[in-house]
Design a protein around this ligand. Structure first.
Ligand SMILES: Cc1cc2nc3c(=O)[nH]c(=O)nc-3n(C[C@H](O)[C@H](O)[C@H](O)COP(=O)(O)OP(=O)(O)OC[C@H]3O[C@@H](n4cnc5c(N)ncnc54)[C@H](O)[C@@H]3O)c2cc1C
Length: 344
């Protein structure tokens, strides 16, 4: 079976490696150039451990990062690690065509038989495939081209985040606010990242960042005192506002096309498990393809049959399912926007 994977993010690369480990030779099409560098860390949750262990990569990835406690049977609940080194490790040995954006699907009756790729100069090529896997993220073009309906909306939670080159003492700190949203800091060998989650403001970045970096830094440090040191090295270019896209999708595949990762289910990052769920999709699909080497529909049926029950609790709860809601009025230091001395 010729498998073409659209998207060289974590889900697509784990699928490629999982297929290669089972004797297949998939092709990954990635629209970015090879020189792309993805900055900052990710907190790889325990849901990513099985898929990475399957590839023999859990131990090397843990050695590049910082374990996040608590531990069970010697394994942490998560690992804080640079995104770029993880992607570089996952890419090893994978055939990736860079600067290759999938812009169309090739059809034969009801079945997709491949895709059309536009290269950097705009030249188009046909790539035949028995199974095209959309691992192309929350704004998946493959999903749209395949006519798979999805609910796509902006999350109700936005975040103001920062990056610092200074590594904190603790690998991870979290404070749940009265409404259950989080203020967090993750340490990794490259420093620290922090984020304050707020209800998405109507005025977007301008409204969210209006209090200014100094007020933000001070208010954040009051909520998570361990962040005070790393925050000292956060400059005007190191803090960011971001909104997230959420996706839910009831159809997982159609003849010749399957979706995995954020193309299939994207949650607000407050859930902290997106990479683990995407890697789990990828691992299950690699096993299903290897067990049905000549029948893409049977592979997709098996995959959906195994994977749906595993994902069901996460999809039912959504990202807000991780909230620890204390309720009641927020104390002054938790209120957004922060004011003088947190007394706003
Ligand atoms: C701010 C933020 C913080 C997060 N933090 C965490 C965290 O701490 N822990 C965690 O587990 N998860 C986290 N996540 C989620 C996590 O990043 C993703 O779930 C994970 O990276 C898997 O994504 P993916 O591979 O499905 O998609 P993506 O990473 O979006 O990759 C999709 C790839 O497809 C390519 N592509 C898109 N369209 C095309 C096309 N038409 N043709 C070719 N290529 C295409 C893109 O260039 C991209 O490389 C976070 C997400 C965000 C936004």
């Amino acid at each position: 079976m010729r498998v073409v994977i659209v998207g060289g993010g974590m889900a697509g690369l784990v699928l490629a490696r999982g297929l290669m480990a089972r004797g297949k030779t998939p092709l990954v099409l990635e629209r970015s150039p090879e020189s792309v560098v993805v900055p900052g860390p990710i907190m790889l949750p325990f849901q990513a451990f099985d898929p990475l262990e399957d590839l023999g990569l859990l131990a090397p990835i843990r050695s590049m990062g910082r374990d996040v406690p608590p531990f069970r049977n010697g394994e942490p609940v998560a690992v804080g690690v640079g995104r770029q080194p993880v992607l570089a490790m996952l890419r090893e040995g994978v055939t990736i065509e860079w600067d290759s954006e999938v812009v169309e699907l090739i059809r034969e009756g009801d079945r997709v038989r491949g895709c059309v790729v536009a290269g950097a100069g705009g030249a188009r090529r046909d790539i035949p495939a028995d199974l095209v896997v959309g691992a192309d993220g929350a704004r998946s073009g493959v999903r749209d081209l395949a006519g798979i309906a999805a609910e796509v909306h902006a999350s109700g939670t936005a975040a103001i985040s920062w990056r610092s080159p200074r590594e904190p003492a603790e690998p991870f700190e979290i404070r749940f606010l009265a409404d259950g949203r989080q203020v967090t800091m993750l340490g990794w060998p490259g420093g620290a990242v922090g984020g304050w989650q707020i209800p998405r403001p109507a005025g977007g970045a301008e409204e969210a960042m209006a209090p200014g970096l100094d007020v933000y830094r001070e208010a954040f440090g009051r909520l998570l005192p361990g962040a005070a040191g790393p925050l000292e090295e956060v400059g005007p270019d190191d803090w960011f506002y971001r909104e997230a896209t959420e996706v839910s999708c009831d159809t997982w595949w159609v003849p010749g096309v399957a979706l995995i990762g954020e193309a299939l289910h994207a949650m607000d990052p407050e859930a902290g498990i997106g990479s683990g769920l995407g890697m789990g999709d990828a691992q299950a699909l690699a096993i299903a393809v290897s067990r049905n080497p000549d029948d893409p529909d049977a592979a997709c049926r098996d995959w959906e049959h195994w994977r749906r029950p595993a994902l069901a609790p996460y999809l039912a709860l959504g990202s807000a399912g991780v909230r620890v809601v204390r309720g009641g009025p927020a104390p002054p230091e938790e209120r957004w926007p922060p004011g003088d001395g947190g007394a706003a």
